[in-house]
Design a protein around this ligand. Structure first.
Ligand code: 9UX
Length: 72
């Protein structure tokens, strides 16, 4: 079943930053839907935890150069 995880993303300062993170996350197998909000520095990721874990999602964010902290 699809789960929604929320991750705080640190270091985004413009819409190009949030677009980069959004595109990276959306391209990961198991990710169904992504919304990255620059204003709240938060990503809401609908994903299948059997295919991709929230730890892998956080690693993917960190690989783009931003910080990732699990919110829920
Ligand atoms: Mo915007 Mo983000 O010019 O690393 S792309 S600050």
């Amino acid at each position: 079943s699809i789960q929604v995880c929320r991750i705080q993303i640190n270091g985004m300062t413009c819409t190009s930053c949030s677009s980069t993170v959004e595109n990276v996350l959306q391209a990961i197998p198991g990710v169904q839907k992504v919304r990255v909000a620059l204003a709240t520095e938060e990503a809401e990721i609908h994903h299948d935890p059997k295919i991709v874990t929230y730890n892998q999602l956080m690693e993917a964010i960190e690989d783009t150069g931003f910080g990732a902290i699990l919110v829920s």
